[in-house]
Design a protein around this ligand. Structure first.
Ligand SMILES: NC(=O)C1=CN([C@@H]2O[C@H](COP(=O)(O)OP(=O)(O)OC[C@H]3O[C@@H](n4cnc5c(N)ncnc54)[C@H](O)[C@@H]3O)[C@@H](O)[C@H]2O)C=CC1
Ligand SMILES: O=C(CO)COP(=O)(O)O
Length: 366
């Protein structure tokens, strides 16, 4: 009999716990998977009890996904190496700022033929003035192939079983089926594409745009303005891939990881919520993250900083006025009230006069 595939979920926050519901159920029901799924949990005390013990006895992550039962075959493990060492498939789903440290701990501790998939939306700063994709960091440090899964997937709605779609970016076709089988559910429809980098970049960049959408809401501007921010955000996302990661496909932006995730996050996500509160309250983003998110982590401001680090170094800030303005607002060097002024003369308004019909997406001259 063929060996069963064993799975570890590295992370147990809001999204990690929601995806554990689907992955746990699939591993219990599909013959190709080992039933027991380990889930690495960053240990913390809740009302005097360890979170891992609570999860393993009540099957509920009472802090990050309250009100939802996890399948009993999902076992919370507080030791990262212990959770991951026997896995054939590792699902990385932690706030992106923690991934370099996780890779250090896992170095040399994984099964030789293990594969990974990253559900993490964000980047890391790279030496030499650029950025690193999280999937690239995982592959480089841990010597495992790494696919990505990104989509319009607000965790609480997925956990409630509301219908949605997602995109898996997987360069190597031989892993596509096992990964699709692991995540597909009646209410969670998976499309696999090979344009993995563009899928991942969409997932990270939309969090910046969502901060902008939150600022628009906080400023009391209407739906037309928010739609303009979303559209300009999409154009900057496309431009970013064209310039920094040439070879990406335009069709990827029409998958769930692109337009759909942009819309859902700009209306229903944490980044939008904190962006709005930032304008209305005058408090810092850090304060609001603590006050509003109960331990969950915001990805947008940090991603805006990482992207700006790259744009600045490459002298490209002017080509990305929305990303640049959002970073400056988040870091306090620009007032939210100045956001619209920064995008009033966006390159998208200037470079495309009469040129649309000749090409699907003509690149403005740099
Ligand atoms: N929540 C959502 O709706 C969605 C989130 N994502 C992405 O998934 C990734 C993970 O997000 P969530 O699961 O929502 O996490 P979260 O925002 O709920 O983050 C909290 C998690 O971080 C852990 N943590 C806190 N301090 C830590 C430390 N020092 N070291 C290690 N872990 C620590 C906590 O224990 C908890 O598990 C992010 O990149 C996010 O953008 C993607 C789709 C949907
Ligand atoms: O990525 C998400 C939905 O797909 C969640 O976005 P937020 O982190 O803004 O909640």
């Amino acid at each position: 009999m063929a060996q069963k595939t064993s799975v570890c979920i590295v992370g147990s926050g809001n999204w990690g716990s929601a995806i554990a519901k689907i992955v746990g159920a699939n591993c219990a029901n599909l013959p190709e998977f080992e039933e027991r799924v380990t889930m690495y949990v960053y240990e913390e005390m809740i009302d005097g009890k360890k979170l891992t013990e609570i999860i393993n006895t009540t099957h509920e992550n009472v802090k990050y996904l309250p009100g939802h039962k996890l399948p009993p075959n999902v076992i919370a493990v507080p030791d990262l190496v212990e959770a991951a060492k026997d896995a054939d498939v590792l699902i990385f789903v932690v706030p992106h700022q923690f991934i370099p440290n996780f890779c250090k701990q896992l170095l040399g501790k994984l099964k030789p033929n293990a594969i990974a998939i990253s559900l993490i939306k964000g980047f890391d700063k790279a030496e030499g003035g650029g950025i690193d994709l999280i999937s690239h960091i995982i592959t480089r440090h841990l010597k495992v192939p790494c696919a990505v899964l990104m989509g319009a997937n607000l965790a609480n709605e997925v956990a409630e079983g509301q219908f949605c779609e997602t995109t898996i970016g997987c360069r190597d076709a031989k892993y596509a089926k096992i990964l699709r089988d692991l995540f597909q559910a009646n209410h969670f429809r998976v499309v696999v594409v090979d344009d993995s980098d563009a899928v991942e970049i969409c997932g990270a960049l939309k969090n910046i745009v969502a901060m902008g959408a939150g600022f628009v809401d906080g400023l009391g501007l209407g739906d037309n303005t928010k739609a303009a921010v979303i559209r300009l955000g999409l154009m900057e996302m496309i431009r970013f891939v064209e310039i920094m990661y040439p070879g990406g496909k335009l069709s990827t932006f029409f998958e769930s990881c692109g337009v759909a995730d942009l819309i859902t996050t700009c209306y229903g996500g944490r980044n939008r919520k904190v962006g709005e509160a930032f304008v209305k309250s005058g408090k810092t983003i850090q304060q609001l993250e603590t006050e509003l998110l109960n331990g969950q982590k915001l990805q947008g401001p940090l991603t805006a900083e990482e992207v700006n680090y790259m744009l600045k170094n490459k002298n490209l800030e002017e080509k990305f006025p929305l990303f640049t303005a959002i970073h400056k607002i988040c870091s306090g060097s620009l007032k939210p009230q100045d956001l619209i002024e920064c995008i009033r003369c966006h390159p998208e308004h200037i470079s495309h006069c009469f040129s649309r019909e000749s090409s699907l997406l003509p690149a403005p001259k740099l």
